[in-house]
Design a protein around this ligand. Structure first.
Ligand code: UGA
Length: 436
């Protein structure tokens, strides 16, 4: 099948590359000329495990193309995916300007029946708006389908190639058939293609992300309570998670959820509810708790150092919003950097992938190091903001010899308490007893 993907961000590039991988001919379109130039030259623009190999292979096989021209890119395309940004506007609602602009431009360019698919996370009713905009200029039949993306950064390729489910919102039998054919290779093991109407599909995405953010937040509050009641959140988590109705995943407490999705989607769903005069109370609590959670270790750090952090040096291990990505959008690390800088702390940071992105925002207000040990050199404490695997079993002998004092503030519960006791650390984590 001939496919076009408008937008070459995380979702667009993964979508385009993975559809090419199953034999479709895919053209990705982006207005960013620099980006398209790079992609055309076979240089990948995002870090996503496993993507580069597929990207290179499909370019070589003449199945994956890039262009800045919408007219050229959609020529002969049976399906056009819209994978465009929906940044939060000032009031928290998703800004649809990019999607609607493309919808306006698409109408007059369509030359035969085409399926236009919203892949971005968009508020309920967007498919209707897109349909309306396209129909203003279109002279041929078309359908607008909502097909929200559930991929996680870091495992996006795997999530796309072997999805647990694919949600497809369309009431058109013609579009239904085409989408079924397109996705059939991805669900050969029997995972479902869940068909529904457009509005339900749009809401499903927000409901899923908001539910997961709520699940994490609930655990963060349990962890906060554990600290006050002298319980251990690790034990509570395991005890709860083995109930299959609750499930083991997404129960890990920490310094809050970040990323380009959860914060934006919770906010947007809360705003959608408000617009319909529905008071979605849980979502407000989720946002409040997450704001608190992100910097909850700061008062502990301050207290530990006797109320004054001026001139202290802290090694920050991890900057990305989660491991296996260079993405730092809404990363808890950024909030902690800001709070620590305000207290006059010197920050020596290391992250395997995220340093360049942080440098773009924070500049040389902090120092960057290529490995965790260089960052820890002479530090008064280590602060763990992201649970990269490489931090899990460090060379403690080496670390012990370079730290000024053996203190760790762990926002991601990376270490067992026994190990910290054995190694003689002062150790603060989330929802567990402090080791002194
Ligand atoms: C999330 C969803 O998991 C995807 O299904 C969805 O498609 C995507 O948003 C999206 O809307 O595009 P992602 O933001 O890549 O994916 O990352 P997650 O792995 O879900 O992690 C989100 C945040 O939650 C991270 O900051 C992570 O550290 C935090 N988290 C996750 C916890 O604090 N505890 C947990 O137990 C799990």
């Amino acid at each position: 099948m001939k496919i076009a993907v408008v937008g070459t961000g995380y979702v667009g590039l993964v979508t385009g590359t993975c559809f090419a991988e199953t034999g479709n001919t895919v053209t990705c379109i982006d207005i960013d000329q620099e980006k398209v130039k790079k992609l055309k030259n076979g240089k990948i623009t995002i870090y996503e495990p496993g993507l580069e190999q597929l990207f290179e292979r499909n370019i070589k096989q003449d199945r994956l193309f890039f262009t800045t021209s919408l007219a050229e890119g959609i020529q002969d395309a049976k399906v056009i995916f819209l994978a465009l940004p929906t940044p939060p506007g000032e009031d928290g609602s998703a800004d649809l300007k990019y999607i609607l602009k493309v919808a306006d431009d698409l109408g007059p360019l369509l030359s035969e029946y085409t399926v236009i698919v919203d892949k971005s996370t968009v508020p309920v009713g967007t498919a209707d708006k897109v349909r309306e905009r396209i129909s203003k200029g279109a002279k041929v039949d078309f359908d607008v389908v909502s097909n929200p993306e559930f991929l996680r950064e870091g495992v996006a390729v795997e999530d796309f190639m072997k999805p647990e489910r694919v949600v497809i919102g369309t009431t058109s039998t013609r579009a239904h058939k085409i989408m079924e054919t397109l996705y059939a290779p991805f669900v050969r093991q029997g995972n479902p293609l869940v068909f529904m109407d457009e509005r339900s599909a749009e809401l499903t995405k927000y409901a899923a992300n908001s539910f997961l953010a709520t699940k994490i937040t609930f655990m963060n509050e349990i962890a906060n309570l554990c600290e006050l009641l002298g319980a251990d959140v690790d034990a509570v988590r395991k005890g709860m998670g083995t109930d299959s109705r609750i499930g083991k995943r997404f129960l890990f407490p920490g310094i809050g959820y970040g990323g380009s999705c959860f914060p934006k989607d919770v906010q947007a769903l809360a705003k959608s509810a408000k617009d319909t005069a529905y008071d979605f109370k849980i979502l407000k609590a989720v946002m409040d708790v997450n704001t608190y959670q992100k910097t909850k270790l700061i008062p502990k750090i301050k207290e530990f150092f006797g109320g004054n952090l001026k001139g202290k040096t802290i090694a920050m291990w991890g900057l990305a919003f989660k491991p296996h990505t260079d993405d730092i959008r809404e990363a808890p690390s950024l909030y902690n950097i800001e709070a620590l800088l305000q207290e006059g702390v010197n920050i020596r940071a290391h992250d395997p992938e995220g340093m360049e992105n942080v440098r773009r925002i924070v500049g040389d207000k902090i120092q960057y190091f290529n490995n965790p040990y260089e960052a820890a050199e002479g530090a008064d404490a280590v602060f763990i903001a992201t649970e990269w695997p490489e931090f899990r079993t460090p060379d403690f002998e080496k670390l012990n010899s370079i730290l000024k004092s053996k203190v760790i503030f762990d926002g991601r519960n990376v270490y067992e308490l026994d190990v910290m006791k054995e190694q003689g650390y002062t150790y603060f984590s989330i929802g567990r007893e402090a080791v002194n």
